[in-house]
Ligand binder design. Sequence first.
Ligand code: ARG
Length: 459
Amino acid sequence: MKLWGGRFSKATDGLVDDFNSSISFDKRLYRQDIRGSIAHATMLGEQGIIPQADADAIVEGLKGILSDAEAGKIEWMVDAEDIHMNVETILTERIGEAGKRLHTGRSRNDQVALDTRMYARDTAAEAQGLLTELISALCDLAEKHTGTVMPGYTHLQKAQPITLAHHLMAYAEMFLRDRTRFRAAESSADVMPLGSGALAGTTYPLNRERVAELLGFSRISRNSLDAVSDRDFLLDWLQAASVTMTHLSRFSEELILWSSHEFRFVEMDDAFSTGSSIMPQKKNPDVAELIRGKTGRVYGDLMGLLTVMKGLPLAYDKDMQEDKEAFFDARDTLVKCLTVFTAMLQTLVFNTETMRRGAAGGFTNATDLADYLVKKGLPFRDAHRVVGELVAQCAAEDKALDELTLPEMQAVCPIFASDVYEAISLETCVSARDIPGGPAPQRVLDAIGAVRNVLQEEK
Ligand code: ARG
């Protein structure tokens, strides 16, 4: 018979057992569920709500179930519906009568909220750890490339010279913000809901603060209806994961582009590439493409849960059981993507000569040429027009700006002097952008140092 079977005169239809049951996926909450029950039972004993001997027996029994589950020795039962009733059923089978006292002053509604919050808290910390590794790897790589000149783009058209270090550190900044978002998600999960009961609290003198303390929560929920029906903390988690995936996907897209024959900025390691079953020459960036593709799945998980929640009347509704597969899928996807991306990143070989050649073409020093005239007194709008004319001339003759002779430049504007060539060299273009946040090598080193400090200080 079901734990709740008292008022029923028929057994549950097999179809319903199968449809209703969540054990196939919520079994992954067994640690959180058992830890939560140990804290609850400990508090029930301390408060004298159940006999101390029963509380002790429950705690011992639960510890035994936990170690058996860790060893893979527990067979979860579909007809016991979910992880909560599975654990309680097994407990009572093992320790007898005392097990039946565990659920005093508790509902599965506050229990599942607790378990999910604990899992969200743990996995938000896990995500922050993986992001920290990725950001450190980016800092290490950037440190080696503060002098590697490459073209910076807007509209995917060559724009101005930058360095590879500066480009890599742009991603470090994105992932640092993601880490902050996961820290916020961890904090929004950090509210202890037990004591909310099914929806309206409980008549037992539970010590909620004590349970929070035993489980390492820093605060308890303030409204029992909200506590059992709130899944904002999962939405926060999924939002953090979605934005992180956006960043991984943009980076992947660039690596796919950069590894193409057209760019040849980067060579992917054989161990992180795949071949074609028909075209012998192929070496495909499948890992980066899959990360870009899996981004869609994580967005889907977020949209799925938003849609589940949007029409739910207070308080708990069974619809909310649908939160878990989306959340678990997003967590698994994110962990896999972050792990493989960091590993792949560390094996990339950058073709620094090709990058430099790329920066030398496409008139990336045109702004600097205009700035040169401005520093000699010409208004910027006039300088812009002068350089525009020179660019048109070079484009027609298929040459670079620094290939124009001085008389050719002076024919358009007499201000030009022989120091112009130095002023528009790639090195000057980069090193002259010596402003906080800019690509000059020392500024990028400063940024790397600052990012490393944040990683150190906000562990
Ligand atoms: N398996 C359920 C869930 O994931 C647990 C809570 C069930 N509560 C209920 N009143 N049916 O949401």
